[in-house]
Design a protein around this ligand. Sequence first.
Ligand code: ADP
Length: 274
Amino acid sequence: MACGRSAACPEGAVKVVERAGPKPRPFTINHVQTDPPKAIIQAENLTKVYRSGRIEVPAVRGVSFSVQRGEFIAIVGPSGSGKSTLFYLLGGLTHATSGRVVIDGIDFGSLNDAERTRLRKQRIGFVFQRFNLLPTLTAMGNIEIAHAISGNNQPLDHKYLDHLCELLSIQGRLDHRPSELSGGEQQRVAIARALITRPAIILADEPTGNLDTKNSDAVLSMLQRSNKELGQTVLMITHNLEAAAIADRILQVRDGQIVSDTINSQPVPVIASV
Ligand code: ADP
């Protein structure tokens, strides 16, 4: 079986379990349909340099790794080490200075803006530290709009929505606007919004950064379920080592580079009670 690491990886040293995940949807560019490759995310010699006048800040410096379908990866590192920049690069939310990001065999750099947006909407569910819910819509409106703009022409699966809301304990909060919800409730709505489109990949940037322990557990538990039960590939940025302990694999970032890539043979199961 393919090794999940891009760097030196002795044959047989790492076992990545392939799970039955969401069926990869074909993505067409210029009417050419691509076959889904094994690695769902590939970062190749990725570099990002911020420029402000004459000052250059190299935030990500030559990062390469690949993520297999169904893996749960935590990216950890101190503040300023480049984690968020890496998140934006992997999600196609910012352009790399050099190198490339390949999602399901498609190089973000080869796409125009509309195609990048389409690829993101079809393949990736985002969860942010600050929730990023639309303030004028209710919780339900935020979830519905994610489905509406996903490009999925199927009607909203209300049974699945009910199931998500039950798991996240937000059934009674769906008519409220974000300003009427606690931080924990907002993040649980944001998770439902990310999952409703059944994306193959969940990218979460410090999803528990603004939450108390109880809500953190609810969010981590849901990410773990989405990975183990729905087979979604999860990549979570965190500076919290306890949160990272639930992942199958932990990448450590320092000064814009990956300094270790470790398989966590015993991911901690999260029990949530909200
Ligand atoms: P982390 O998420 O690990 O805290 P970041 O990716 O936010 O790290 O930042 C990495 C480095 O890039 C830091 O030195 C930060 O100050 C710098 N940086 C981040 N965003 C910008 C920006 N928009 N312009 C200039 N420098 C930035």
